[in-house]
Design a protein around this ligand. Structure first.
Ligand code: PYC
Length: 309
């Protein structure tokens, strides 16, 4: 019998959104900057991505996190995030999941940890109770109140902001942000994303709708559509960062003031920011839970061993 290809993983979820940490089994991507290694991954190893998070082994919801040697020597770990359709510069729920998974494996203890990502270095603190607080890469708003025409709806005012990924941030959407409405929300956000791309911004691959919070103490509730068509079950760390950048630019949230972001399934992240020139540095706090650990087996005789591509 030909040998299986094996890939060691740990699965976590952060506020309902899964992260599959890949510990070993990947090919050597060299020691260059993570932004270069992610391109190498994409060009030479993309079927590894679809084997891990794609169907039939994974699902559209999974975010994969490949553990690599850091380029920045101040970091203990490097991580490259990917999903059902491609690669993510950064992933907030994923950073929390990776840290909780590494702690579960005994590879880090409560305290400070630095992770190298394609979007920049992430400085995080794991608390003894399992809460993870991290400083995200600098976030900023690029466009305010960009009118995006949606057939049958009219102009929708969109802010375009960077929070480690690109987001179209919408507050005035008249959509019901409830779990039983995700099909409608997904359709709305998919149409928005296409209209934003057609308006000259094809790089905006996440759409985030914000409304009032529904839980005691929460500042806002959101719905976030990810690039591959799945919605984020967590409040989305990079999306929350993009939202903070917009609030900061509008003078609606002062530095250091806590913002509690609730996601569509009701889980929350605590967030605040500090100023850095004309950008902000968001700080996000949340936790994750380990769901499983094991070995993926890729059968050379399986036509879908590398995913349905
Ligand atoms: O938490 O930043 C995040 C994220 C991005 C995509 C899914 N989750």
């Amino acid at each position: 019998m030909p040998a299986f290809t094996t890939i060691r993983i740990v699965d976590t979820h952060t506020g309902g959104e899964p992260t599959r940490l890949v510990l070993e089994g990947g090919h050597d991507l060299g020691g260059g900057p993570l932004s270069e290694r992610v391109r190498l991954f994409q060009d030479t190893l993309d079927r590894f991505r679809s084997a891990i998070v794609g169907e039939p082994r994974g699902s559209d919801v999974f975010v994969g996190a490949l553990l690599v040697e850091p380029h920045d020597r101040a970091c203990q770990f490097g991580v490259i995030f990917f999903n059902n359709v491609g690669y993510l510069g950064m992933c907030g729920h994923g950073i929390i999941g990776v840290i909780v998974a590494l702690a579960h494996l005994g590879r880090l203890k409560p305290g400070l940890v630095k992770l190298d990502t394609p979007a920049g270095v992430i400085v995080a603190v794991l608390a003894a109770d399992g809460m993870v607080t991290f400083d995200n890469v600098p976030a900023y708003r690029r466009e305010k109140d960009l009118p995006i025409y949606l057939p049958g709806v009219g102009d929708v005012n969109c802010d375009l902001a960077w929070g480690g990924n690109w987001f179209c941030v919408i507050n005035d959407h008249h959509q019901r942000l409830e779990l039983d409405n995700v099909a409608q929300l997904t359709d709305y956000c998919t149409r928005i994303r296409k209209a934003v791309a057609d308006s000259g911004f094809p790089e905006i691959d996440h759409v985030a709708l914000f409304g009032p919070g529904t839980k005691p103490g929460s500042s806002s509730r959101n719905f976030v559509l990810c690039p591959g068509g799945a919605y984020d079950r967590s409040p989305c760390g990079t999306g929350t960062s993009a939202k903070l950048a917009c609030l900061a630019a509008d003078g609606k949230l002062l530095p250091g003031t806590e913002w509690v972001q609730e996601g569509i399934v009701g889980s929350t992240f605590r967030a605040k920011y500090r100023k850095q020139g004309d950008k902000i540095v968001p700080t996000i706090t949340g936790t994750a839970h380990v769901m499983g650990e094991g070995t993926l087996l890729l059968d050379p005789a399986d036509p879908f061993a590398w995913g349905i591509r």
